[in-house]
Design a protein. Structure first.
Length: 107
């Protein structure tokens, strides 16, 4: 006997089955990340609802909201960039906040 598994994607907002126009949307709000599957119609509704807030807000990096952690390779890259800018940074330990802010503004 054979089994056939069928996966149907549904819009998380209205529970309608998603066709080819469905998308998974990721967003963050107040230090929490969310993911939602939406039809193209509901993606447009979300974009329209958020548009005035996005227009008035400031865009930040693609990192998780509220996360200030960096991995080792990123820290090394930031240290190298800082040295190239004439800043003094140690080889180990936490990268100073001022250096992190300057790096983010420049990149």
């Amino acid at each position: 006997m054979a089994q056939k598994t069928i996966v149907k994607l549904v819009d998380d907002l209205d529970n309608e089955e998603l066709r080819d126009d469905g998308q998974t949307i990721r967003f963050a709000f107040q230090k929490h990340e969310y993911e939602i599957d939406l039809s193209e119609q509901n993606v447009q509704k979300l974009q329209e609802a958020l548009a005035p807030f996005m227009a008035a807000g400031r865009r930040v990096s693609n990192r998780a909201a509220g996360s200030d952690k960096t991995d080792g390779s990123q820290s090394q890259a930031i240290r190298q960039w800082a040295r190239e800018q004439g800043m003094k940074v140690s080889d180990r330990g936490r990268v100073p906040k001022e250096v992190m802010e300057a790096y983010r503004k420049a990149n």
